[in-house]
Design a protein around this ligand. Sequence first.
Ligand SMILES: [Mn+2]
Length: 300
Amino acid sequence: MKTFIAGAGSDLGVHIDGAHLGPIQLLNDLKGFYTGESFTLVQNENIIKSRNLSDRRKNEYEIDKFNTELYKKILEKVQDGYFPITIGGDHSIAVASALASAKVHGNIGIIWFDAHTDYNTFDTTVSGNIHGLPLAAITGYQNQELRYFYDGKTIQPSKAVVVGARSIDDWEKDNIRYSGITVFTTEDIKQKGIEQVVEEAFKIAGEKTSGIHISYDLDLIDPEIAPGVSIPEFDGISEEEAMKINELIMKHLNQVVSYDLVEFNPLRDVNRKTEQIAVNLLAQIIRAVENKGKITERKY
Ligand SMILES: [Mn+2]
């Protein structure tokens, strides 16, 4: 199957700088490996960014403008039958990628691999960082300001699953309860094992849906192993578990219709540790998608 790679170079969703440099770095690393036909890079340039901690709606209009452009580019390619792989950028860019997929594939589910649930609203956010709001926007729970560009159906909360959460704000917990999304914490992963948790996530997101969007935030992984993210959280999953998740995603590739890898921040990385993991994850997915439906395996 044909892949379309969208670099989404924006860090407008977080007061810490650097995630906007993630995609250009990763696209560069993937050069020579990536043999697909199509890619784009949307870069946010010439923007005066708000980093003001008391600003409750940091860069709201700029993010909307960025995502409108990104959405159009991804949508066009999904309509042409491509499988989009979107490289962030902070997690706010997933509003564009997930909804482009929902627009074309209809009633899809979503699995959100993340240390955070990203389920705040403009009323509940403590930081005013919009990268903490996208999953609520995607599942139609308030935040319509983040999807003005979208005229399709949002993803049903009952088909949305978060895996790996370990930092959830108090008011955000109320949003989660009211909405009905499913959350598996790192505690659940410790108890049940990563494989069982991910299989349950696929069951929920895949039940009576026409596909699944995967959104993979690198802060899911422990910051000792992957420090190159803007908001690290202690006690994350191991590298083996991170790779296991990718393996399970590839196992379910007949259901998966789109994939994001977000929040790589090169300015925060140490000895390119996070970059290496990100490249490995992306390379595996690209190869698996491109081989999907092929009889002979291409050798790289
Ligand atoms: Mn996130």
